[in-house]
Write a new protein. Structure first.
Length: 258
């Protein structure tokens, strides 16, 4: 169905594997278009409860946007490219279903930006993160200057952005860029274990956690007000009635996503 992605669905977890290992899974326009389509699947298919994004092979998650497509582009084309990339990564960030990055090697440029647009990240021991765009006379264009500052703070982010230096997995863990560092072969199984736990919770409440946390970084919103409203909205759900009743009746809740 896809030319550049492998996808599978198991127990409600949709795994999207970017599959251009000979080009270190670089994001060309076809990958971006198909990634957008795969995210639409996450949004629309009721049987998908959450998703994992990873890269094929044992070397790279994604080594960046495909540099060969940048050659000869104009200022206007550069802006259009960034707009397209930013919009796709916003859809990942704003997905009502959790999307986790399993970073199994290089996450550079657009690869680091893709990982950062996910709700959280796990890294293999050989993972390396970086925004090397200044090597090309560029800066990140898919949200990297914003999300790197959000996730690791301005000083660390600007050092990475301006020097193009890569950080290893242990440093990424120390910076809070990733939640776990694991041997590569344990990466996806750990993500599945976490998502199995999340998938056992009330889906609408999980979606509202994402919406409310995203509001922290949205200047057009008052995050406390978003929290207040989404908290209130939970009272109108069948799952909240079920969850609270189940607790009081000392039984396991059975959530319907309603
Ligand atoms: N865009 C296009 N092609 C890329 C790519 C990218 N971002 N990253 C890697 N590739 C290609 C290489 O051109 C090479 O293709 P080839 O075999 O046809 O020559 C192939 O992937 C393997 O990469 P190679 O550079 O030979 O591997 P390496 O182990 O020597 O180096 C990296 C690995 C990640 C350090 C190096 O590939 C690199 O610096 N990539 C670019 C990273 C970058 O600047 N990303 C930001 C883009 S905005």
């Amino acid at each position: 169905m896809y030319q550049t992605l492998l996808t599978s669905l198991q127990n409600g977890i949709f795994t999207i594997t970017i599959n251009r290992p000979d080009k270190l899974n670089a994001l060309n326009q076809l990958v971006m278009q198909e990634l957008n389509q795969a995210i639409t699947e996450v949004y629309e298919h009721a049987e998908i409860r959450s998703a994992i994004i990873t890269g094929a092979g044992n070397k790279a998650f994604v080594a960046g946007a495909d540099i060969s497509e940048f050659v000869g582009a104009s200022v206007e084309e550069g802006k259009a490219l960034a707009k397209k990339g930013q919009d796709i990564f916003f859809r990942i960030e704003r997905s009502p279903k959790p999307i986790v990055a399993c970073v199994n090697g290089f996450a550079l440029g657009g690869g680091c930006e893709l990982a950062m647009s996910c709700h959280f990240r796990l890294a293999s021991e050989n993972a390396k993160f970086g925004q090397p765009e200044v090597n090309l006379g560029l800066i990140p264009g898919y949200g990297g200057t914003q999300r790197l500052v959000q996730l690791i703070g301005k000083g660390r982010a600007l050092e990475m952005l301006m020097s193009a230096s890569m950080i290893d997995a242990a440093t990424a863990l120390q910076y809070g860029l990733v939640n776990y560092v694991l041997p590569a072969e344990e990466l996806v199984s750990k993500a599945i274990a976490i998502l199995d736990t999340i998938n056992s919770k009330a889906p609408l409440a999980v979606a509202k956690c994402i919406e409310s946390a995203n509001a922290v970084f949205d200047e057009t919103k008052n995050g406390y007000l978003v929290e207040l409203n989404t908290f209130g909205d939970c009272f109108g759900t069948a799952d909240m009635k079920e969850g609270t009743s189940a607790f009081l009746e000392k039984r396991k809740a059975s959530f319907q996503g309603k």
